[in-house]
Design a binder for this molecule. Structure first.
Ligand SMILES: NC(=O)c1ccc[n+]([C@@H]2O[C@H](COP(=O)([O-])OP(=O)(O)OC[C@H]3O[C@@H](n4cnc5c(N)ncnc54)[C@H](O)[C@@H]3O)[C@@H](O)[C@H]2O)c1
Length: 355
């Protein structure tokens, strides 16, 4: 079996997760990394035993040292790095959200289509075997026609120090400020939630949404250069293309909920509950004879390969997989519809991309 050579572009916090995952996969070699901050890239290379360091992504793509890359740059940089990689014929696993806008996302889709490279977006909750199995079971009709979906993504890092103090850590602070490119809770965790809701519930056709920015209790709602103006909570009502109804909400103000993503999907002949706090591999189902007694049974899902393994497999066998750039563009359209609905106060139609 051929060894797949991977490069990592952007060597900040999340890149360590990517490197750690690739290093666990047989016949995968981390051959190069790149960051505009040379020292950070060199420290990262030393930590993960990566032989080649670059400070310009274009030099990395031209080097011939990689088959594919993880694009772990900030959201504002995803598009330029991905488009350049595609032009150089390099396969791509890009961080979420796909882009900063639908327009940028479309350019990324055009670039990967033209180049014919494998393209994936890292919606990490798709690593849940429970989510993968439930999406499959719902698609084959195990709970019937989906009527109602309830999705929540709750974090606690504003009212607590559970992940460290946001007042002193830049990586948190930029997420609170639109002037630093943040789409707030909506872009940060809402994209995971809307991806997961769409994966199990089907395409979302219309959205109404309210975004909230609460005062953080610091003078002028500001920390140094950071104006704390990005949304930190949202609540959305969803109409699915097949006719079902849904609600999705997320916040960083959920005391006691470190990083909690939960879904409840109700069809006309059964229901499914997934709760990441309980398990990434187990879910609950109420169907068949259990419907009349409201009995929920816990099911252990078959172990599904994680995103990094699916990316490597896709490079090896040339088969594009479901969490691709077109799906990322769909999620981007959901994000834009949420923002437009917050402004208009009513339902907004989602402009779904075609495959
Ligand atoms: N999937 C998930 O669950 C998850 C979790 C956390 C972060 N993320 C995403 O990962 C991405 C990175 O987040 P992070 O927290 O690691 O950010 P970070 O700021 O810690 O790291 C980003 C790195 O990219 C570098 N960089 C910036 N522009 C560059 C360029 N043009 N070329 C090369 N390097 C460049 C920066 O110097 C920095 O070192 C973001 O898109 C974020 O949304 C995803």
């Amino acid at each position: 079996m051929k060894t797949i050579r991977i490069g990592i572009v952007g060597t900040g916090g999340m890149a360590n997760g990517h490197a750690g995952q690739y290093r666990r996969i047989p016949r995968v070699k981390l051959t190069a990394c790149c960051d505009i901050d040379r020292q950070r890239a060199e420290d990262f290379a030393a930590r993960h035993e990566i032989p080649h360091v670059f400070t310009n992504p274009l030099d990395l793509f031209d080097s011939g040292l990689v088959d594919g890359i993880s694009n772990v740059t900030p959201d504002t940089v995803h598009a330029e790095v991905a488009i350049a990689a595609a032009r150089a014929g390099v396969h791509l696993l890009s961080e979420k959200p796909l882009a900063m806008s639908v327009e940028e996302g479309r350019a990324m889709v055009r670039a990967v289509r033209k180049a014919g490279v494998v393209n994936m977006v890292n919606f990490s909750f798709r690593d849940s075997s429970a989510l993968q199995e439930c999406a499959h079971r719902i698609a084959k009709g195990d709970i019937g026609r989906v009527m109602h979906v309830e999705g929540s993504y709750l974090q606690a890092w504003l009212p607590s120090k559970v992940w460290g103090d946001w007042r002193t850590r830049t990586a948190f602070l930029w997420r609170l400020s639109t002037q630093h490119g943040s789409m707030g809770t909506l872009g940060d965790i809402g994209c995971h939630l809307l991806d997961a809701v769409g994966f199990v519930g089907g395409d979302i056709a219309e959205i109404s949404c309210r975004l909230m920015n609460f005062h953080k209790g610091v003078p002028r709602n500001r920390m140094g250069e950071y104006r704390l103006d990005a949304n930190d909570s949202f609540s959305a009502t969803l109409l699915f293309r097949h006719g079902g109804l849904g609600v999705a909400h997320a916040t960083r103000w959920a005391t006691g909920q470190t990083n909690s993503l939960a879904l409840r999907i109700y069809g006309d002949i059964g229901g499914i509950r997934i709760d990441r706090d309980r398990s990434m591999d187990e879910y609950e189902i109420c169907a068949g004879k259990d419907v009349d007694t409201s009995t929920w049974r816990t099911v252990k899902a078959r172990r599904a390969p994680n995103t990094y393994r699916r990316f490597v497999d896709a490079i090896r066998n040339g088969a594009q997989e479901a969490s691709d750039f077109v799906n990322g563009l769909k999620v981007q359209a959901y994000l834009e519809a949420c923002m437009a609905a917050d402004t208009s106060g009513g339902f907004v139609k989602v402009r779904l991309p075609s495959r």
